[in-house]
Design a protein around this ligand. Sequence first.
Ligand code: ADP
Ligand code: MG
Length: 285
Amino acid sequence: MSLALRNRHVLGEASLDREAYSPTNTSSAAATPRLAVDNVTLEYRTRQHVVKATQQVSFNVQEGDRFVLLGPSGCGKSTLLKAIAGFLTPAEGSIRLDGNTIHGPGPDRIVVFQEFDQLPPWKTVKQNVMFPLIASRTLGRKAAEQRALETLEKVGLGRFADAYPHTLSGGMKQRVAIARALAMRPRVLLMDEPFAALDALTRRKMQEELLALWEQEGFTLLFVTHSIEEAQIIGNRVLLLSPHPGRVRAELGCADDSLHSLGSEATKARTQTIHRLLFENEVAP
Ligand code: ADP
Ligand code: MG
């Protein structure tokens, strides 16, 4: 076990009953996490400098988790997602999906980004959702179209299948990006601050919708945010990262925090704990 993992303060166990969301889960599947990030150091190398983005970060995501990476801007959250997506090789440590080391990008990991321009504007909504299915040869054209329409229905955009992205609001564009990712039925859905550019009301609605989709579909989610509140609402487990370079500060179970518990004493207490862990230099043992 890595040093970072041994030093981690585990402040509560997720109370998610995984069996309920993973009927195919067996004891051997439970022993192999869906995603295992072990002692991962990530660097950017230029001719003059080496920028260390994360240092010896370790965590496991289990099937059906809503696992959140929470930390201040610049602590390496996006870089971690890039490495998990297969676009960056760790300088140290390993990343495994279902026990297999990740060597490059694949259709089993899809990223939803913050930016509204992640959808090619010359494709309709339906074509945007179909594209990765066809390009990765996951499905033929007819089946891809069927899958795209079904998934758009699930995110409430059935009526907009033939619209072009520029005619949609920011929230609707993010719904298309989510549909495009979910249509691929990825082993892990990666989301990098997907709601950060939305206005507060739309953001709240999107959080609700994402949780409802998760209830319905039971996917495995790895979600990045710098908002404590969003981490508590979305996550059943939250990993706290230190400022640059990102190191693991703590892992918390947040399964009891939700949109409906925001005013409760328990949720407020957890917010305080997270705040303290993120902003205090020294974490008490
Ligand atoms: P976060 O997503 O948590 O805000 P990032 O993963 O984007 O953080 O960045 C982590 C660190 O790596 C930052 O110090 C950032 O300046 C640096 N960084 C990010 N991308 C690059 C890059 N392409 N080249 C060099 N440094 C980078
Ligand atoms: Mg980022």
